[in-house]
Design a binder for this molecule. Sequence first.
Ligand code: GDP
Length: 320
Amino acid sequence: MVKHMTWADRLRGGLQKTRAQLNQNAGFLGRDLRSYTRDEGALEDLEMALLAADVGGPATADILRSVQASRRPDLLAALSDALIEQLEPPKQEPAAGSNGLTPWFQPRVKPSPVEPAGHVVMVIGVNGVGKTTTIAKLGQHYMEHGKSVMFGAGDTFRAAAGAQLEVWGNRLGVPVVQGKEGGDPAAVAFDAADKRKARGTDLLLVDTAGRLHNQTNLMQELQKVHRVIGKADAGEPAEVWMVLDAVTGQNGLQQAKKFNEAIALTGVVVTKLDGTAKGGILIPIVRELGVPIKFIGVGEQADDLQPFNAAEYVEALLAQ
Ligand code: GDP
């Protein structure tokens, strides 16, 4: 019988390249923190290893500082604390008085990071990052968690994107709202949002175009899709998640910044972490975009996409 792989196994397996790179270059196996931080060569190796994992300069400097200041007995514990701190979602406390409440009476309970804030999630990202398969995997995830799901096939520009989503929809038993190939993506989005509302479905995941003739048009198109969803269903989409391919590293992050300027992201899904030794890219994503990572993908199977948890991620990265 094939042993059922747990998410921890999949995550460790998926992060194997980044872990190997860190272990090999940082040489922190079994090192005592005090001797390590007194050893300039070792600290430099750690710095290089973090940079090679795409952690980025500013975060690497912060991590080194907090490792040096740590009171933990061993390096792994100190490094683990520092990495988790970098990966925790930014504090998005509302500005004092912004909702008319006094500053000491702000709501403390935030929705869990994987629980969408409303009923419609608009999913954006450039072609090839794994957007369509991510939508299918998200659909499966939420169904397994007892939610009713719908898909909106809003990528009318990529030949076969709609057909691909239809295949997934049939497989999962998820209704798919389709438009005409080459047709208006905003019309599909409106139709899908309208149907979701009428049927009372828990969650609509809207696929969007990843490429048009030029980037300016793409941004305008996405803004239009966003607006139109709000016309069909006020207050939606509650979430805009961008799918990023980890293999594209810093380039992907630069792209995400442009998208974030055009349409405010509420979350990021990072795919293909199994294909890269640069799994540190999650840190500048959180730091520079200021939005939380919602899910991560470490393979092609449906179970290879799971909610992101900083402590779990760091454990898998540093596991010996
Ligand atoms: P789209 O153009 O962004 O919609 O991309 P697709 O959804 O068509 O996916 C492109 C390819 O990436 C497919 O072969 C997926 O199976 C693959 N893919 C998606 N996520 C992952 C992942 O986490 N790891 C690996 N290795 N492949 C993935």
